[in-house]
Design a binder for this molecule. Structure first.
Ligand SMILES: Cc1ncc(C[n+]2csc(CCOP(=O)(O)OP(=O)(O)O)c2C)c(N)n1
Ligand SMILES: [Mg+2]
Length: 378
């Protein structure tokens, strides 16, 4: 019979030992912790609202555009606006963003054009290089960008830049090998990187608690020797503060994993039907925690709402979207060669061979070309 653990002094570190606070500034009713309100100008308070509304309108419009067959797919950030904008707003334009797909508003805030973003989702690769902004390519392969962000952060440090690498990721991405490698390496090297996990409770249809046995994402930071912050991801001011702090620490040599607790109110993408795996009650519950409504309540309580003309913002964003669609439509459709074009600076012989093979095949079977070309038309 083995001795009782207490007698031999073995005291396993267990989940229950961890006390992880979820940082918050504004409560659901708009009441707030005055000491935590960031010292921002009225213009910044207004802009935070404007960008969150832009994210919401962009998602609505892009989803409709996809439904009309004019975009390949769309991964909406509906419900996650405070996480997306609060984090994007806390970054410097010199920082490098490694996006994961839902954060249109943050990418636009950092200088990407709406046209390029739409072209990306239309599948026109050469226009989707995220030029004009420090934005890396979209990480469609889940988690693949995490080690790349670590590498970029290392490079920024070696170059003596006053900037960080910032990776947006989902809760699902924390279960990939790349997450482990990226965070481990970041911790070992002490690079200026912030890993921002938008825990929206699902990886497609898989709920958070079926994907990991850890209670939180933030606690995973400890095993890598980096800092962890858990923040209410529907509280834009809390996210702004959390990411500002994380950024400072990262620049001082401590990478940070931030977990923003939020909810994906939309379908996973336009190819998903969430009613098959989650209840309407759950969705309603999160609707009550709407990030825009909460921030609006805060602005009202602090006398800042009067300076915001919501209709004017809406009109402005709608016409920006219309113009972006026109600009995207003006870009010529590309041929099938595009599939091969952007992996290497010079195409290696094996890819050239495959391209030739495809060309020959399409010559023999033009019907196949039509099949492959079924991508959305402008
Ligand atoms: C390596 C890899 N495996 C599987 C997929 C299919 N896939 C696309 S999105 C997704 C779930 C991602 O969930 P999460 O990281 O929580 O991000 P969210 O979509 O919820 O924002 C999966 C499994 C993929 N794109 N890449
Ligand atoms: Mg998720």
């Amino acid at each position: 019979m083995p001795p009782a653990a207490a007698d031999i002094g073995v005291d396993p570190l267990s989940q229950g030992d961890l006390e992880i606070e979820t940082y918050r500034v504004v409560r659901s009713d708009g009441s707030f912790d005055a000491e935590r309100v960031p010292d921002l100008d009225d213009e910044d308070f207004r802009d935070l609202y404007r960008w969150m509304l832009l994210q919401r309108i962009y998602d609505e419009r892009a989803t409709k555009l996809q439904r009309r067959g004019r975009l390949g797919t769309i991964a909406s950030g509906h419900g996650q606006e405070a996480s997306i904008i609060g984090s994007g707003y806390a970054l410097s334009r010199d920082d490098w963003i490694f996006p994961y797909g839902r954060e249109a508003g943050a990418l636009l805030l950092h200088g990407l054009s709406m046209r390029d973003l739409l072209l990306y989702w239309r599948g026109i690769e050469d226009a989707s290089r995220m030029e004009g902004a420090n934005v890396f390519g979209m990480a469609i392969s889940i988690g693949s960008h995490i080690p790349l962000a670590t590498g970029k952060a290392w490079g920024l440090e070696l170059d003596g830049e006053d900037a960080i690498a910032f990776a947006n990721l989902g809760d699902g991405a924390t279960s990939t090998g790349a997450f482990h490698e990226g965070l481990n390496f970041a911790g070992v090297l002490g690079v200026p990187a912030v890993f921002f996990c938008q825990n929206n409770q699902y990886a497609i249809s898989l709920p958070f608690d079926e994907q990991t046995n850890a209670e939180t994402v933030a606690q995973k930071a400890l095993a890598y020797g980096v800092d962890g912050i858990r923040v209410d991801g529907n509280d834009v001011l809390a996210v702004y503060n959390a990411v500002s702090t994380a950024r400072e620490r990262a620049l001082e040599g401590t990478p940070v994993l931030v977990e923003a607790v939020t909810y994906r109110r939309s379908a996973h993408t336009t190819s998903d039907d969430p009613t098959r795996y989650r209840s309407g009650d759950e969705v309603d519950e999160w609707e009550e925690r709407d990030p825009l409504a909460r921030y609006r309540a805060f602005l009202e309580r602090t006398g800042r709402w009067g300076a915001i003309d919501e209709d004017a913002i809406r009109e402005e964003v709608e016409s920006e979207f219309d113009e972006a669609v026109d600009a995207a439509d003006a870009v010529e459709e590309r041929g099938i060669e595009e599939l091969f074009a952007y992996l290497h600076e010079e195409m290696p012989p094996e890819l050239e061979r495959q391209l030739e093979e495809l060309r020959d095949l399409l010559e023999e079977r033009p019907d196949m070309y039509e099949f492959i070309e079924q991508r959305p038309k402008g």
